[in-house]
Design a protein around this ligand. Structure first.
Ligand SMILES: Cc1ncc(C[n+]2csc(CCOP(=O)(O)OP(=O)(O)O)c2C)c(N)n1
Length: 539
């Protein structure tokens, strides 16, 4: 079998049906093989977008593929792959390269930087596994290793195939699949005795569920567990929709003093917080203001299990979930989901003009089980704390602007049964909103809501108003029309509501230019600004 045939056959076996990229001369033979394999390449306008689209595709399908040319292409995508690494998304980067036989240091092929290896060296920093396929005898082993590691660790992988290796024939040895690290039964027994003991005696337990459950494909097990034991569940921004938010056991997003007060009170008054697959970053914890009492914490991640102050390093969150589901001692346990205190009514201060609060409230009425929300970075991400969604994707940790529109393309390719609703700031949209022309070309129809405040509001709330935060005003509805879709500018809440209805009725992509005041923001961004003021501004 030819090397390229083998790569695409393996990727298809893992459910990959699309790739995202831009062709270039060093990757043309791979593109031809990709086409022959039946994997459809979505050609984006710019490589960072290919990375973002592959990332969101990977989050939803368990493996995503970005196919980019050597140097100018692959190096142009590094930031998006860094995001995927930081947020544990299994993206495979497949790149072409100059022929092995021409790799003489004195030969200056175009797109080369320092050496032929520069690109691979850069990618080593943002991937969990990588290989340059320059030897037929190890090719199959290397390809298997990178694909399996990408899946198992849910972190990007990198395969570079020089042009003269693409169609080399290799024999395929019997597969030696990835062997996961050994688990300790003794550790698991001891930890479970403690976890079950704590749970059984808990008066007000709560599950704080994180994004790793999604990446490790454990969301069904989480749901079974919380329904069986009737456990309340909170998530952070990163873990948003690990449990669909219309589920009766969901109590809201927990982000310390930046999230809703009632959720914070619930979690911080719990005597047993079962933290599953959560990593504690600054944004996710509301600048580390999420501080449940460590003595009440049971934390299980992909790496270890920590109970109060002691840790077990040879078991992980998957082991704990499995053991909890099997635990006979919990068979008759049913806990209580205490009612969440109602938030005080929110004042719409600006008459009938559209505000962030109005946008959130209207979206909460509009969003259904048929939508997936893809949020860019900016106040739209903070506003999402108060959005009730069943499917949500956002860069809540690495926080790279520009993921929204291309991410929606990846989302709709991965799951055509959910129409993407993109939330994006005007700054974020100006980075790569033009990818909507790609959406149109491939028959995709996201609804794109641009929070048009004429400024980098997030930075303004963190710092103060500055000229260099201004975002030039564009005619976004006009841009949508020029790219072949529909668009509408709205300045009142009722216009926004009507635009959502029109977007819902439209089969084309639909841009809603939601104009709000420059000084307006979501409640969460206001709270974040306040916390930043307390922590950093006085320095
Ligand atoms: C790729 C990238 N560049 C720069 C930043 C820094 N940054 C964080 S928020 C922000 C402003 C976002 O502006 P906009 O998209 O208009 O959203 P708003 O804050 O106004 O809601 C910037 C520039 C970033 N997070 N990502």
């Amino acid at each position: 079998m030819k090397i390229a045939e083998y790569i695409f056959k393996q990727l298809k076996a893992h459910g990959v049906q699309h790739s995202f990229g831009i062709p270039g001369d060093f990757i043309l033979p791979l593109y031809a093989a990709q086409e022959a394999s039946g994997i459809k390449c979505i050609v984006m306008t710019h490589e960072p977008s290919a990375g973002y689209a592959a990332d969101v595709y990977a989050r939803l399908k368990g493996l995503g593929l970005a196919t980019v040319t050597y140097g100018a292409g692959a190096l142009n995508m590094v930031n998006a792959v860094a995001l995927a690494y930081a947020e544990e998304s299994p993206v495979l980067v497949l790149t072409g390269a100059p022929e092995v036989k021409f790799r003489n240091p004195n030969m200056l092929f175009h797109h080369r930087v320092k050496t032929f290896e520069t690109q691979h060296n850069v990618y080593r920093e943002v991937t969990a596994s990588s290989a340059v396929i320059n030897d037929e005898s190890t090719a199959i082993h290397d390809i298997d290793r990178v694909i399996e590691t990408t899946r198992a660790l849910s972190r990007p992988g990198y395969i570079e195939v020089p042009r003269d290796m693409v169609n080399q024939k290799v024999s395929v040895p019997p597969r030696s699949p990835y062997t996961p690290p050994k688990r300790s039964k003794a550790e698991l027994d001891e930890a479970m005795a403690e976890i079950i003991g704590r749970l059984r005696h808990a008066k007000k337990p709560v599950v704080y569920a994180g994004v790793e459950l999604h990446r490790l494909r454990l969301v069904d097990k989480l749901r079974t567990l919380v329904e069986r034991l009737n456990l309340p569940v909170t998530t952070s921004l990163m873990g948003k929709t690990v449990l669909p938010e219309h589920h009766p056991n969901f109590i809201g997003n927990y982000m310390g003093r930046v999230g809703p007060r009632a959720v914070r009170d619930y979690v911080e008054s719990s005597d047993c917080v079962l933290v599953l697959g959560q990593f504690w970053s600054d944004l996710d914890t509301g600048l580390f203001t999420a501080r449940p009492n460590v003595a009440n914490l049971i934390q299980a991640t992909t790496q270890e299990v920590v109970i109060s102050h002691h840790r077990y390093t040879e078991i992980n969150v998957a082991d704990v979930l499995d053991a909890l589901l099997k635990a006979r001692a919990l068979k008759h346990s049913r806990f209580q989901v205490h009612p969440i205190a109602k938030e005080p009514p929110r004042a719409e201060s600006q008459g009938h003009k559209l505000t962030m609060l109005g946008i959130i409230d209207e979206l909460n009425q509009f969003l259904s089980r048929d939508h997936i929300v893809v949020s860019d970075v900016g106040d739209c991400l903070f506003a999402s704390v108060e959005l009730k969604a069943d499917m949500f994707v956002g860069s809540g940790y690495y926080a790279s602007m520009g993921q929204g529109v291309p991410g929606a393309i990846g989302a709709q390719c991965a799951d055509p049964s959910h129409r993407p609703v993109v939330l994006v700031g005007d700054g974020g949209f100006q980075m790569n909103g033009v990818e909507l022309s790609v959406a149109r070309r491939y028959g995709l129809n996201p609804i794109v809501i641009i929070i048009d405040n004429g400024t980098f509001a997030t930075l303004k709330f963190i710092d103060q108003d500055r000229d260099y935060f201004d975002v030039p005003r564009w005619d976004y509805a006009g841009v949508a029309h020029a790219l072949g879709g529909k668009g509408r500018r709205v300045i009142t809440r009722s216009e926004f509501k009507a635009a959502l209805k029109a977007a819902d009725d439209s089969a084309d992509f639909f841009v809603i230019d939601a104009v709000i005041d420059k000084n307006d923001s979501s409640p969460a961004l206001k709270r974040l600004g306040h916390e930043i003021g307390l922590k950093f501004k006085k320095r």
